[in-house]
Design a protein around this ligand. Structure first.
Ligand code: SF4
Ligand code: FES
Length: 237
């Protein structure tokens, strides 16, 4: 059986706090994912390695990391597809590191919450107490549904060059979710949503690098959402 080398970023603030890389040899099986390689290391070679994962099927969004320099889901990345002898794994960029490959998502989720990722309704009493439905046509659903596939994995946030230099910028995930609710025919918060991003750095700092959409594992295309959102702001805010 052939082997693959994993070069893994290590950092434990509770110990010496020093950042370094550690290498491990892992027996390679056909169809093996990067996550399976890391679990082999954790179970057989080094139980101190910290990783975050859950579903193992590109659904929960928790196993994002830099893999050979690009933000990817470890459970969705086949080692053979990397076409490299060495797999280099590091924590996601643009996030503080908690330990080893585990990034701190506090700021990311704070920005997600800031855009109010839920339907804003004037009839809140009816919305909560009534069993009536807010019906939509197929066309109305089409306007936002692709943005609703976001699994909050944060890969787009790690890929964004503006996030790296401007912490006030909300980032591709939060902005795509803002647009997802703005474009929803059931939402009544249009004026409030547009006003919230009309000034300053929150939206307008985006310079359309497009790297967010390139790395998204769910085809959400946050760069498109940001362009559509900017158009609404410029036309209506
Ligand atoms: S937009 Fe895509 S890359 Fe960004 S958090 Fe959502 S699923 Fe992940
Ligand atoms: S473990 Fe859930 S997305 Fe990878």
């Amino acid at each position: 059986m052939s082997e693959v080398t994993f070069k893994v970023f290590r950092y434990d603030p509770a110990k010496d706090g020093g950042k370094h890389y550690q290498t491990y040899k892992v027996p390679l099986r056909r169809g093996m994912t990067v996550l399976q390689g890391l679990l082999y290391i954790k179970e057989r070679l080094d139980p101190t390695l910290a990783i975050r994962f859950s579903c193992r099927m590109a659904t929960c969004g928790s196993c994002g990391m830099m893999i050979n320099g690009l933000p990817r889901l470890a459970c969705y990345t086949l080692i053979e597809d990397l076409k490299k002898q060495t797999v280099v794994v590091e924590p996601l960029r643009n996030y503080p590191v908690i330990r080893d490959l585990v990034a701190d998502f506090s700021e990311f989720f704070e920005k997600h919450r800031w855009v109010k990722p839920y339907l804003i309704r004037i009839d809140t009493y009816t919305q909560e107490k009534s069993n009536t439905s807010y019906l939509q046509s197929d066309e109305e659903l089409e306007r936002y549904v692709q943005f609703a596939y976001c699994i909050k994995c944060g890969l787009c946030y790690a890929a964004c060059p503006v996030v790296a230099s401007d912490k006030e910028f909300l980032g591709p995930q939060a902005l795509a979710q803002l647009y997802r609710y703005l474009a929803d025919s059931r939402d009544e918060g249009t004026a409030e949503r547009l006003k919230s991003v009309a000034d300053g750095h929150k939206l307008l700092r985006c310079h359309f690098a497009g790297s967010c959409s390139k790395v998204c594992p769910k085809g959400v295309d946050p760069a498109l959402a940001i362009q559509l959102l900017r158009r609404e702001v410029l036309l209506r805010a």
